[in-house]
Design a protein around this ligand. Structure first.
Ligand code: GTP
Ligand code: MG
Length: 171
């Protein structure tokens, strides 16, 4: 199972997502500090909302196998600039929550997440668990473990550790 790090504004639905992933009933708990368990790292939205704290998010990302930018479908503006990839050395995915909101604008939020560099985007309703199985399927596959030599080779080729080798993608 990949360990997922969740970042995004307050009320985006990060903690609810951790509950939905575990199959729990949603119960509101304001996140006061970064929480971690075996499979998730959940950060307070205020970290993503503040220039000063947002730097800390990069540090938490190193403890995870995959980083998720979480944005509710009805968010009025975008917190994440283009090219989040420059500071995140992990696979980066986008998660759009609250797809059930009457104010949802999924194409707009999808565009924000694409521009931020997310390689996959998941649509989630934490209340009904719509989309949760697809995310779990993605998370259940572990990232391949590389030897130091393999990691160095990929670095020389300008590839991320998790990118397939050119020969792999041709098969
Ligand atoms: N309708 C709907 N409501 C949701 C969904 N996900 C979360 N919520 C509600 O949105 C509110 C905020 O959810 P949280 O999961 O606490 O948000 P958070 O991102 O963890 O917020 P912080 O802890 O402040 O960073 C709660 O009242 C949730 O019940 C969803 O997919 N649909
Ligand atoms: Mg929370």
């Amino acid at each position: 199972m990949k360990k997922i790090f969740l970042m995004g504004r307050s009320e985006a639905g990060k903690t609810s997502l951790t509950q939905a992933l575990k199959g729990e009933e949603l119960h509101y708990i304001k996140t006061q500090y970064t929480n971690t368990n075996e499979d998730t790292i959940d950060s307070p939205g205020e970290y993503a909302e503040s220039k000063r704290f947002s730097v800390g998010l990069a540090c938490f990302s190193f403890e995870a196998d995959v980083v998720a930018m979480v944005q509710a479908a009805d968010e009025p503006f975008n917190l994440f600039g283009p090219s989040g990839r420059c500071f995140i050395q992990r696979p980066l995915i986008g998660i759009i929550t609250k797809i059930d909101s009457p104010y949802a604008n999924i194409p707009m939020v999808r565009q924000w997440l694409n521009e931020a560099g997310c390689e996959r985007i998941f649509l989630i309703n934490n209340v009904t668990r719509e989309g949760i199985d697809e995310l779990l399927d993605y998370l259940k596959e572990d990232l391949p473990r590389l030897t130091l030599e393999e990691a160095k080779m990929k670095q020389r080729m300008g590839l991320n550790e998790w990118d397939p080798l050119p020969s792999d993608s041709e098969n």
